[in-house]
Ligand binder design. Sequence first.
Ligand code: NAP
Ligand code: SF4
Length: 677
Amino acid sequence: MTNNPHFPLMLTPLKLRHNELKNRVIMGAMHTRLEAAPNGAQRLAEFYAERAKGGVGLIITGGYAPNMAGHLEMNGPILNERAQIDDHQIITNAVHEAGGKILLQILHTGRYGGTLKTVAPSAIRAPISPLTPKALEPAQVEQTISDFSTCAQLAHDAGYDGVEIMGSEGYLINQFTAARTNQRDDKWGGSADNRHRFPLEIVRAIRANIPDEFIIMYRISSLELVEDGATGKEILSLAKDIEQAGADILSTGIGWHEARIPTIAYMVPRGTWSFAAKRIKDAVNIPVVASNRLNTPETVEEVLREGHGDLAYLARPLLADPDFVNKAAAGERDQINICIACNQACLDYIFKAKTATCLVNPRAGQESALQITPAEHPKRIAVIGGGSAGMAAASIAGARGHTVILFEASEQLGGQLQLARKVPGKDEFDELLRYFKNQLDTHNVEIRTGVAANVQMIMDENFDEIIIATGVTPRQIELDGIDHAKTVTYTQILSGEKNCGDNVAIIGAGGIGFDVADFLSVLKSDDRSPKAFLSDWGVDQGLEIKGGLSPQGPSLEQSPRQITLLQRTSGKPGRSLGFTTGWALMKALKRRGVNILTGVTYEHIVDEGLQIELEGEKTIIPADTIVICAGQESQTSLHEELSMAGVSTHIIGGAAQAGELDALRAISQGYNLALKL
Ligand code: NAP
Ligand code: SF4
């Protein structure tokens, strides 16, 4: 063990075959789409090199297909020809020069593929894909094994320290190992031994053709969370056989992409899944890597201390802060920018075919374009508004050597983040608030809370630059009876200024309407432990049940109040929610009995509740509280007054644009503006 006083287990080196990893933190595979961007290899090299410099023990690339049929999408990442090696060498050289080690992940999507060439063990369409795959012929199965081996050979020649074979998350290898997707009656299907043959042959083929020091990591599906998925016993048997076949290390994946249990979203408590890694660790003699929702050094240290894994696999937390390991080692835990598990700028961006970045770290993926350099002419800058846009602008301006004064009208910094942190699971925003406050302090930003800046005050202080980040106010709506005592705004509810009765109608089913429904439908005694999460979502921790889904299914939680969430537009509710998190929130609300009505016309607020028209009929939603979640309006009065006084300003965040207000855009605008001043 190291004698580092902060996180001794996390920082202990590990011998791996003929290599030594300098600590137990692995930057896990994550698709970024950077390779598809102009100058992609160079940008990937900068992206990974920055993480290597930040001290991470090992980096795994995003997945590369071993052949055309394994593509995620047309022109997706692939390594199947020698001509592609040059680009990879740019990456491996950069990482090695930065003192890091890097493995290439080989990922064959199977039926999750987005091209017409999609194949699988059997011709069964995935519930999350519009494409039915072609069943692989026996000769094609052999060829695919050979393609994995060729890909590993090319990775070796490109300078990678090894490969990770993606056998998890429901991709092709997983489709072979599970009866759910493998209905073959040849030697590749039927019994568990037959279903396991495909990954075992892949590992053997790679080991046979590669020099001894080359690392083979196998990502094993440690809990499938789908019907007819593998039992725990089958998984342990596969793990032992994979070790025998020649793998050096096992990383553990949780859940297939088509699983309907959230595995990495904000509502999943930290460290929830490490029990599944422990089962494997207890069964094999090679190191095992725990994964999913390990976003802080404390969580990693605890997982290692509890013996749930030998290493930890962190993907998004290294997007959020490339210096995660070095800061932890230096005793600077408070300076780490922690991933809040929102998925907004990483996974949700990937699904929108955009390049991944990070809500809390806009530099992610733009390492050379967004350099924080000292200002040529240090200035005196006023930032008005201490929400996410203002805090981002002030801290980056301060980091560049400007003299910055941050005005905040309320008694505390945070703006909308102070409300968001009240939503179940979004208490991860506390980490962002803590990070910003430390950054402001480190960069000597003068903070004036409880000061509502006005024109005279700003003009008196002779600022060189004025940044308006005054945020938003809840939109007031016109409706008969809106002044009724039972009407409240979402800010009053989330801030605790007002309480709710037993029957609640929520006007507006945007992101905040859903968050308010979530906030109001959990019990005050809500247990946020991993154990409670697993029980609520119906996860069985035994070894016998297929897919790890308990026969009782998810528990029916009882909301402490009757809640109706309403929207005027017809069509599916929840469309504005995050692609990778919204479905889980919808499921949780359904379990708690929250009623969602679409296509309604609001008529009056009356003593009994909210009168609406729905499908041509008038009805009253009984309610003793009506919460208005109808979006926001920009707070621009100071901006306008300064303009009228002839003072020029920069306007960012919700003050610039209230529609589709979100922390991602606010932080990124603050950050980018401060780099230009
Ligand atoms: P929003 O997403 O714009 O939703 C407000 C909803 O209020 C609209 O969808 C609209 O729905 C309704 N509305 C607007 N004007 C109205 C009026 N005059 N009368 C009655 N209803 C009216 O705003 P938000 O919910 O406040 O969210 C703000 C931002 O934060 C959004 O960008 C959102 O995506 C983001 N956010 C996201 C999440 C998440 O993804 N989980 C959580 C929180 C916030 P109808 O017209 O259909 O009724
Ligand atoms: Fe984490 Fe959100 Fe950043 Fe993704 S966008 S890495 S989930 S903080």
